[in-house]
Write a protein that binds this ligand. Structure first.
Ligand code: A3P
Length: 301
């Protein structure tokens, strides 16, 4: 049903996926994982946590704009991958580990992670760091992830859409099960300083969600600045911003001719990919996996 661009064996994965506690993580080695586990947080660190393809880059841009009081030039000081380190992951074109970069960074730091809550470095909880978690409905997350796997050499070839659909539901993808991730963080929010947001809410009412972020961060900005942030972090504007649209990543890592990183940016694209049968299968599986949780998602706006 969809054009296939197969990656050759050599270009299929540039980073190792290490299995920790049954979760495939984008961590280069056991040594690096040991360092991630020992990561020394600082009380004023802000952590942005997401399951992959849930709006990380978008939220990063919003938070950077908030941090810089809406100063566009300051937010264009470097590309997204060069502004805020990932805790567990380093893009393959970089010479220095993001972990080392993070350790050298002056405070206050903003750090990104795709780790499930139970695999977070314990010191982050000990230091009571603030975490903003963004969740996205699984259907769009799956479609976005499928295209991302196709365009990046950092991840294995997704094979066919049908194959990927099965793998995603089974949690046999990078960062593990979407279900475990969103539910784990949902439970964690009752124990730690976590603001749990949804991609679809950000899309529907960015102003309301930015106000939530501001309140959580204990910061105030004028409505004019907030409007400016909404404009500069809108999909259409970010797509044209070379510091935010990920075109700065070398093409052998992100091949935008296969699929743009800034692809659709809309809830509901899953409808163009799920067949009726797939949707029924998925809904049944979802119901079972989400039984007993108060967490709900909307798949269109
Ligand atoms: P699609 O592939 O559905 O378009 P992440 O940054 O976590 O990898 O998430 C990438 C997804 O967020 C992509 O989804 C991308 O288009 C979308 N995205 C990026 N910037 C966005 C923005 N400003 N508004 C809405 N969606 C955005």
């Amino acid at each position: 049903m969809m054009a296939q661009t197969e990656k050759t064996e050599e270009e299929s994965t540039l980073i190792n996926l290490l299995e920790i506690d049954g979760v495939m993580l984008p961590v280069i080695s056991k040594e690096i994982w040991a360092r991630v586990c020992n990561f020394q947080a600082r009380p004023d660190d802000l952590i942005l946590a997401t399951y992959p393809k849930s709006g990380t880059t978008w939220t990063q841009e919003i938070l950077d704009m908030i941090h810089n009081d809406g100063d566009v030039a300051k937010c264009q000081r470097a590309t997204s991958t060069e502004r805020h380190p990932f805790i567990e992951l380093t893009f393959t074109h970089k010479e220095k580990l993001d972990l080392d970069w993070a350790n050298e960074m002056p405070s206050p730091r903003m750090l990104k992670t795709h780790l499930p809550s139970h695999l977070m470095p314990p010191n982050i909880w000990k230091q009571n760091c603030k975490v903003i978690y963004v969740a996205r409905n699984p259907k769009d997350c799956m479609v976005s992830s499928y295209y991302f796997h196709k365009m990046t050499s950092m991840l294995p070839d997704p094979k066919s859409w049908e194959d990927f659909f099965e793998k995603f539901m089974a949690g046999k993808v990078v960062c593990g099960s979407w279900y475990d991730h969103v539910k784990g963080w949902w439970a964690a929010k009752d124990k730690y300083q976590i603001l749990y947001l949804f991609y679809e809410d950000m899309k529907r009412n960015p102003k309301r969600e930015i106000h939530k972020m501001l309140e959580f961060l204990g910061k105030t900005l004028s409505e004019d600045v907030i409007d400016k942030i909404i404009y500069h972090t809108s999909f259409d504007v970010m797509k044209e911003n070379p510091m935010a649209n990920q075109t700065g990543v070398p093409t052998h890592i992100f091949d935008h001719s296969i699929s743009h990183f800034m692809r659709k940016g809309m809830p509901g694209d899953w409808k163009n990919h799920f067949t009726v049968a797939m949707n029924e299968t998925f809904d049944k599986h979802y119901k079972k996996k989400m039984e007993g949780t108060t967490l709900t998602f909307c798949t269109e706006i």
